[in-house]
Design a binder for this molecule. Structure first.
Ligand code: BGC
Length: 714
């Protein structure tokens, strides 16, 4: 039984095991179910008879805001023991769970982590999440989510990395490395990590009107150049699984598209892991009306390339019959089953199927993990306005900390948190008291408008915490109006009228429209949903213990009617992007964020101004901290392919670097632009580099003005 021999490479063990399996046993490896009190005995019987591919540790597809506690350790082990000891071949079950931005220690929402422009911080966050989750018995997480989102009405914008394919790709690969680590030459991953899942493949973020689950229409050109790059990068980084999306794209169901799942994902990108459907998305083919019934749905999805079905029953009811009828081949079944088994071997499940005691979920969050979460939260906060009020002096005597999010715990964590504990999460009031114990912190109950105003009137400085709840974004939570929720705009204006120095701190999962509010306050700090230690991180930034350096990973519109308003729009014929009633530009552009110090970016140099396609040019600038405090700048490199066969963006991000500089310190920052950065998917979807002139801009947001150019010759 060589499949039991851990000294053999994964591929050999898979091949051996496949020869021993019946068709039913193979089909059940392609099924993921959840276990409730009602179906428990039935599932156990099934596992004894056929084994089971995977168990999802959730009981609803809307797990994002429900905080479903982990299955208890005894429960996980009991079910696993049945698979390992009582099923014929003893194949362990893969435990899947949505560990989206941290497990017990909650990190900021992924969009906030993208705002760090720091892939190392992203990798660290995902590594920590993997280690905590694995210790609690999770083997596989449905993350990272890498859907490009150009529409903040879509509530799931919080789960991804924003509007840009280059930033999205760098963050996607960092998250994959963090979760999985590197596998060895025999195909084994480190035993303290988990399997990553690149989702939702693909174009799910382009849902019409920002309404979740809706149709998306994306040209092949835009699909390849904008929506696919993070997935391509995740595959290159070795991601072990991919999730097919819920929606319909260009007339096909995303979970039934052979073009997307087989031709592109496997054929072009070379993906060799397995594809799992989203929750019931195989069955949804019937709702999309591209399948007549379950049998039809199973045939289409399986043939398209969905290996494992999440919770719906089309495969287990119909795959055997489809194989018998010759509509699905034995080879296809072996390939799909082999990919799932490979993941189980790679994770070491045959050797270590059980969770060890004590279950760390019931213990304290490790202090160093909480510290990492706090650091990352502060790194991702974006200072949008500051007339000099910030940083606050710790000598300030009376600070009012008011507003609907001054005293909130749950909203600090954000959506898609299953295992973080609300009562362990500090509020902003608590964090401000801790950061400045000698000050008098004036507070007021949330609902009592007049008392909030009285606290503001009695203070030297006002911290007004507004925003949106975690329940207002995430899955299936789209909004049509991007203003602060009811009553908050009025509150900001009323506090502004009191005339005390006021900082607006916004806790939110998506860009909101602040256009008419910024004039009422002295500073705006965008704090996102910052995680377990997020309130402390906000206090770190407000008092200047940490100098903010985050930048926007998505444009902030002036009004909802501007959407979509991403920076990388194509060049147009007649200019004319302004509206009659508003400028065409967003209020805050992609890549924007202020600091408590100032930076000068100058002296753009190119290593050559003409070179052959295939070679690389180095472009560099001098960055100097010209202010009084140490701080971080994120230097950004944008290009334009001046003439190309297909229309291209006005500018595209192709490099970024976060540097820390002491006052007066100066450093040269260099970017390499080679075939990867200069090519695009051109006519007929071909990856190509078109010789000609390219412009390059370096600066500290997407309006970067320092310009150079070079020519690529054939
Ligand atoms: C979501 C996925 C999630 C899955 C399992 C679905 O509703 O779209 O992102 O991983 O549920 O909870």
């Amino acid at each position: 039984m060589s499949y039991r021999n851990a000294a053999l490479p994964v591929a050999e063990r898979v091949a051996d095991l496949l020869t021993r399996m019946t068709i039913d046993e193979k089909i059940f490896q392609l099924f993921q179910t959840f276990i409730t009190d009602e179906n428990r005995e039935e599932v156990k019987q099934q596992i004894r008879a056929t084994g089971l591919g995977s168990r999802i540790l959730a009981a609803s597809n809307l797990a994002g805001n429900m905080m479903l506690r982990m299955a208890e350790l005894d429960d996980l082990n009991e079910i696993q023991r049945i698979a390992v000891e009582e099923s014929r071949l003893g194949i362990p079950i893969l435990h899947g769970r949505d560990v989206i931005h941290g497990h017990r220690t909650v990190f900021p929402i992924p969009l906030a982590m993208a705002a760090t422009f720091d892939p190392a911080a992203m990798e660290e966050a995902f590594r920590i999440a993997a280690q905590e989750a694995r210790a609690a018995g999770v083997h596989w997480s449905f993350a990272p989510m890498m859907d490009i989102a150009r529409d903040p009405r879509w509530g799931r914008i919080i789960e991804g990395f924003g509007e840009d394919p280059y930033l999205g790709a760098r963050m996607a690969e960092a998250a994959v490395y963090g979760f999985q680590g590197d596998h060895n030459e025999d195909g084994y991953w480190p035993s303290d990590r988990i399997l990553a899942c690149a989702k939702h493949y693909v174009g799910y973020g382009a849902a019409e009107g920002g309404r979740d689950y809706n149709t998306a229409e994306i040209s092949d050109h835009t699909l390849r150049n904008i929506y696919l790059p993070p997935f391509k990068a995740a595959v290159r980084a070795g991601v072990g699984s991919v999730m097919s999306a819920f929606h319909d794209l260009n007339g096909e169901s995303a979970s039934g598209s052979r073009y997307l799942l087989t031709d592109i994902l496997r054929g072009e990108f070379g993906f060799d892991g397995f594809v799992v459907s989203d929750w019931g998305s195989v069955d949804d083919l019937i709702h999309h009306r591209v399948a007549a019934d379950e049998r039809d749905a199973a045939r289409i999805a399986f043939d398209a390339g969905v290996d494992m079905e999440m919770v719906s029953l089309c495969y287990i009811h119909h795959l055997a019959e489809l194989i018998q009828a010759g509509e699905i081949s034995h080879q296809q079944l072996d390939d799909a089953c082999g990919r799932v088994l490979a993941a189980k071997f790679s994770l070491g499940l045959f050797e270590n199927p059980y969770v060890e005691r004590p279950n760390p979920v019931n213990l304290q969050m490790p202090a160093e993990n909480l510290q990492a979460s706090r650091r990352t939260a502060a790194r991702g906060m974006v200072l949008l306005e500051n007339n000099g009020l910030l940083p606050l002096s710790k000598e300030t005597r009376r600070i009012a900390v008011i507003g609907p999010y001054a005293d909130q715990r749950r909203a600090m964590l954000g959506s898609w948190v299953n295992d973080g504990l609300t009562d362990e999460t500090a509020t902003l009031v608590e964090a401000m008291c801790a950061a400045c114990p000698q000050a008098e912190i004036l507070t007021a109950p949330i609902g009592l408008y007049d008392e909030m105003l009285m606290a503001a009137a009695g203070a030297d400085v006002v911290i007004l915490a507004v925003g949106e709840s975690n329940a207002r974004n995430g899955e299936n939570n789209h909004v049509a109006v991007l203003h602060l929720p009811a009553g908050q705009d009025e509150l900001v204006r009323a506090v502004g009228k009191i005339g005390k120095p006021t900082v607006l701190v916004v806790f939110s999962g998506r860009p909101l429209v602040l256009t008419d509010l910024v004039g009422s306050v002295d500073a705006v700090l965008w704090a996102w949903h910052p995680g377990s230690a997020g309130a402390y991180a906000a206090a770190d930034v407000l008092f200047g213990d940490i100098n903010p350096g985050g930048k926007l990973p998505v444009s902030f519109p002036r009004a909802g009617g501007q959407i979509p308003v991403h920076y990388n729009a194509n060049s147009t014929g007649k200019g004319g992007s302004d509206y009659l009633d508003l400028p065409g530009k967003p209020l805050y552009p992609f890549g924007f964020g202020l600091s408590y110090t100032t930076f000068e970016i100058s002296d753009l140099r190119l290593s050559q101004d003409q070179f052959k396609a295939g070679e690389t040019v180095n472009v560099s600038v001098q960055v100097q901290n010209s202010g009084q405090r140490a701080g971080d700048e994120i230097v950004q490199c944008y290009i334009q392919d001046c003439v190309s066969h297909l229309t291209r963006p006005v500018r595209e991000l192709k490099g970024f670097r976060r540097v820390t500089l002491q006052p007066g310190e100066s450093r040269r920052v260099e970017f390499a632009l080679g075939p990867d950065e200069l090519s695009y998917y051109g006519p007929s979807g071909k990856w190509l580099l078109e010789p000609g002139v390219f412009k390059v801009w370096l600066g500290n947001d997407s309006r970067a003005a320092l310009e150079g150019s070079f020519t690529v010759t054939p």
